[in-house]
Design a protein around this ligand. Structure first.
Ligand code: CDP
Length: 205
């Protein structure tokens, strides 16, 4: 069984994807980490994240790099968003994600284009969202030292970049269930996510 979870930054998609993976005993891949690894690799090479060839040259990183806590930083998120618009980067990371999705028994993947590009055949798809204001507040509460206004501006810039790019833009797949977590606690959002997945599984049976 493949479960695709997509959505914008700080929507709660990562938390929901991890909870779904635990609930259904499936392996989980946070695909954002792959783009973060590429973005950080480009920076480490002293290269330009907006240059497609420079970004493509950083795509062959070892899996061990995904454990680097530095990848979780906001700087790495912004670099990820810049390299992720390049078609060569998306193509280089495609097989890795598809192989994970199609492993025996299935998997949960979260990202921006899982339901639309990586696993359009997924058995269940969620599009997790929340208002930009709430998402910025969450990041603020997560202990980021930057002021709320700056975090909000960064989230809005990332939304525009991710939704506006021509290759695999962030958008809800036609057959994805929408889950707005703006006014939900984590527990309530997870319960709702499981209910939506169950509904889709029943429908597809
Ligand atoms: O957790 P957060 O949403 O802040 O970031 P992330 O999921 O780690 O993604 C970081 C950036 O990688 C996003 O802003 C996207 O530009 C890019 N990304 C993508 O293009 N496609 C994916 N499947 C996952 C991430």
């Amino acid at each position: 069984m493949i479960i695709a979870v997509d959505g914008p930054a700080a929507s709660g998609k990562g938390t929901i994807a991890r909870a779904l993976a635990a609930h259904y005993h499936l392996p989980h891949l946070d695909t954002g980490l792959l783009y973060r690894a590429v973005g950080s690799g480009v920076a480490r090479n002293g290269a330009d994240p907006d240059n497609e060839a420079d970004a493509a040259a950083a795509c062959a990183f070892p899996d061990t790099m995904l454990d680097d806590p530095e990848l979780r930083s906001e700087a790495a998120g912004t670099l990820a968003s810049r390299v992720s618009r390049h078609p060569l980067v998306r193509a280089a990371l495609l097989e890795r994600q598809r192989a994970f999705a199609s492993q025996p028994g299935g998997a949960v993947l979260d990202g921006r284009d899982i339901g639309t590009v990586i696993a359009p055949e997924a058995d269940a798809k969620l599009f997790v969202t929340a208002s930009a204001d709430i998402r910025a507040r969450r990041r603020h509460l997560q202990g980021q030292s930057r002021p709320y206004d700056i975090i909000l501006a960064d989230i809005l810039a990332r939304d525009t970049r991710d939704s506006g790019r021509s290759t695999a833009p962030l958008r809800q797949a036609k057959d994805a269930a929408l889950l707005d977590t703006s006014n939900l606690t984590i527990d309530a959002a997870v319960r709702k996510a499981i209910a939506l997945v169950e509904e889709q599984l029943k429908r597809n049976r």
